[in-house]
Design a binder for this molecule. Structure first.
Ligand SMILES: O=P(O)(O)OC[C@H]1O[C@H](O)[C@H](O)[C@@H](O)[C@@H]1O
Ligand SMILES: [Fe+2]
Length: 194
């Protein structure tokens, strides 16, 4: 019997300098879409009024949302800060909490900030050539700590995982990544609403 495939084999080219593919559009997150997620909301709003910058963009390759498929793409977080807090993605839990994700850093430097509902948190460093495994049950957010370079990662996760943005939008992460004496440090999030 001929095996059935629901998705044909595909080849997608991602530029290693920009992280972008000319083959499809990205989903874009501007600062206005996440101003309240930063510790200094006033600074975020002031920056939006001046210039509503593109903080990050990423691909949804349109893979079927089944447990047998693998969703993948690149994610590009641009350099910058709101006050002393580095640019970051919104971050999310997976709707199916028991699903992990893998990120491979192609360019730039930063961290993957993770936390689980039980209160454990971890920050794993991104450097080109390093893979970060996000365990099941951990919310995850990419943070760019470079002053000049985009943070570019390639990610892959189970197609049925889904995104739960609401929990992080409501509670925030327990930790923030801020610049102190020119270096990134993690501090308690004063607005965390656990
Ligand atoms: O989902 P965000 O936190 O906004 O980050 C944007 C994207 O980042 C990663 O690359 C994930 O694998 C995507 O599933 C996610 O949608
Ligand atoms: Fe994810």
């Amino acid at each position: 019997m001929t095996p059935t495939t629901t998705v044909p084999a595909t080849v997608t080219a991602f530029d290693l300098v920009t992280g972008l593919s000319v083959q499809r559009p990205t989903l874009k997150r501007h600062l206005s879409a996440m101003a309240t997620m930063y510790a200094d909301v006033e600074a975020a709003r002031a920056q939006v009024d001046k210039d509503d910058v593109l903080v990050y963009e990423f691909y949804d390759m349109g893979v079927p949302e089944t447990s047998g498929d693998v969703a993948y793409g690149t994610s590009i977080t641009y350099p910058g800060k709101v006050g002393d807090e580095y640019y970051m993605t919104k971050g999310h839990f997976h709707s199916v909490l028991d699903t992990g994700e893998i990120y491979f850093c192609l360019r730039g430097t930063g961290y993957m900030l993770m936390e689980n509902p039980e209160g454990d948190w971890q920050a794993a460093e991104f450097r080109p050539g390093q893979a970060v495994y996000v365990p099941r049950r951990y919310a995850h957010r990419s943070i760019n700590t470079s002053a000049t370079e985009p943070l570019i990662t390639f990610f892959a996760f189970p197609g049925h995982a889904g995104h739960d943005y609401g929990t992080i939008e409501t509670k925030g992460f327990r930790k923030l990544c801020v610049e102190r004496d020119g270096r990134p440090v993690f501090i308690d999030n004063p607005k965390w609403a656990g």
